[in-house]
Design a protein around this ligand. Sequence first.
Ligand code: GLU
Length: 289
Amino acid sequence: MNHEVTRFAPSPTGFLHLGHAHAALFAAKLAEDTGGRFLLRIEDIDRGRCRTEYEDAIFEDLRWLGLNWVEPVWRQSEHMTDYARALERLESDGLVYPCFCTRKEIQAEIKNAVHAPHGPDGFLYPGTCRGLSKSERENRIGEGTAFALRLDTVRALRRAEAANGGPLGWTDRAGGRQKCDPTMFGDVVLARKDTPTSYHLSVTLDDHAQGVSLVTRGKDLFPATHIQRILQALLDLDVPEYHHHELLCDPTGRRYAKRDQAHSLRALKNAGVTPGNVRAMAGFGNEQP
Ligand code: GLU
């Protein structure tokens, strides 16, 4: 049996809720059942939204739930130079380009388009800056215009498939074998001036660096795996297996969200609910209140 290395990777932008408890217990159980290791990663690249008090609460609430993880905890903000290095590699391979469009300009272009394709995260970037010449790019950067770095997704896929000798795939334990198609997202942003990395880039690099063998997370992140898989191919990273689980819903059928403070683990604890009760509410165990 594979000793699975799993991880729970919350962002400290709010208190953990029952949905997080489900995700954390799911990952921890798979590691435990296989004699593997359960890791905790703090996804704190968005410095504007992350708070130390939320990070402290993550440790406290998970311990209260009875979870233990392998120390030291991985904090994304401590690995920014690794993300920058990977980005440089993609840049020198000609697979990312600077995009100077503002949100408003992108919206206007989409509005005027006869056919504006839609992806899992909404309308796709129309590719306005993809064709800019080298001198145009240099001029605009020289003028100090803010820009994001986008992946040239079609070119990247072509390159990765050629190197692989065919389509790229990955295995999802719930959904089976998948064929990688990141083009459904268009040219995604991999870095911005204020956050010189992105969710996709950091997560992909970290899963490799931490030796994660089985990525477990909610089904809402299933499509994101297409982008992460192509990044693995472009950056020569290991390809873990995936298990995208169902999302836990409240009694009215709505997914738990950070804004519903009433379902936060702290609110439940303060209301006298025991860790065993919470584990049962999150789908693990049968200690009913
Ligand atoms: N940090 C992400 C979140 O809180 C999870 C990332 C992942 O599991 O890939 O939704």
